[in-house]
Design a protein around this ligand. Structure first.
Ligand SMILES: CC(C)(COP(=O)(O)OP(=O)(O)OC[C@H]1O[C@@H](n2cnc3c(N)ncnc32)[C@H](O)[C@@H]1OP(=O)(O)O)[C@@H](O)C(=O)NCCC(=O)NCCS
Length: 176
């Protein structure tokens, strides 16, 4: 698929919200966010989420577009307390079922990591993936992420608990 990957902005809020609500409902155990809870939020919340903010330089969203249609996205969410500013988390990785298995997830992740490496104060990236979501975990392992722990019963969906695998990718030497 000749999809184009570009940064998302507030103008993409309607498309991003629609993709996200569909994916949260389709894969409730893959995400910590809940489809019903998120559907209650107004479009303005999504617009705010996609807006760039000077005080949050590590927050960004990328989208994959097949023509005009948003078919995938991934985000980076920074942490801004002084002692942990060098960390950011990959969030909201999703590719619509009709666009999967063609390398879009990998392209989105690589594009996000390229932008993360260009941020001088960022030294490592972390993420969580539901235990058993092997497609996603393998995607992250191919990009260089390694497992550093497991959070038992991290989320509860429909009365069942799921563990989250914790992964990290150093972007540069930190000498720790
Ligand atoms: C996880 C997810 C984002 C992967 O997206 P994707 O676009 O299918 O990812 P890729 O195409 O890059 O890789 C997926 C597979 O396709 C294969 N692939 C990549 N390019 C390919 C191509 N051109 N032709 C055929 N297969 C290809 C990859 O080798 C990979 O195989 P694997 O599953 O055996 O490891 C997607 O499945 C998804 O949205 N899942 C539901 C939500 C979710 O779990 N999100 C992660 C939350 S942590």
């Amino acid at each position: 698929m000749a999809a184009v990957i570009r940064a998302l902005a507030s103008v993409d809020a309607t498309a991003y919200r629609a993709l996200r609500l569909e994916m949260l409902a389709l894969h409730p155990d893959a995400f910590t966010s809940d489809a019903d809870e998120e559907a209650q939020r107004p479009l303005a919340w999504t617009e705010q989420r996609l807006a760039t903010a000077p005080d949050k330089p590590h927050d960004l969203w990328l989208g994959a577009f097949d023509g005009e249609a948003l078919v995938g996205c991934v985000g980076l969410s920074g942490r801004y307390r002084a002692k942990e500013r060098h960390n950011a988390t990959v969030v909201g990785m999703m590719v619509h079922p009709r666009a999967r298995g063609q390398g879009l997830g990998e392209r989105l992740l690589e594009a996000l990591l390229a932008r993360a490496r260009a941020l001088p104060t960022l030294t490592q990236i972390d993420l969580t993936v539901t235990q058993g979501n092997d497609n996603a975990q393998q995607l992250y392992e191919r990009a260089g992420f390694t497992v550093f722990g497991v959070h038992p019963a991290a989320i509860q969906v429909g009365g069942r608990y799921y563990a989250k695998v914790l992964m990290v990718l150093p972007l540069r030497e930190v000498g720790a």
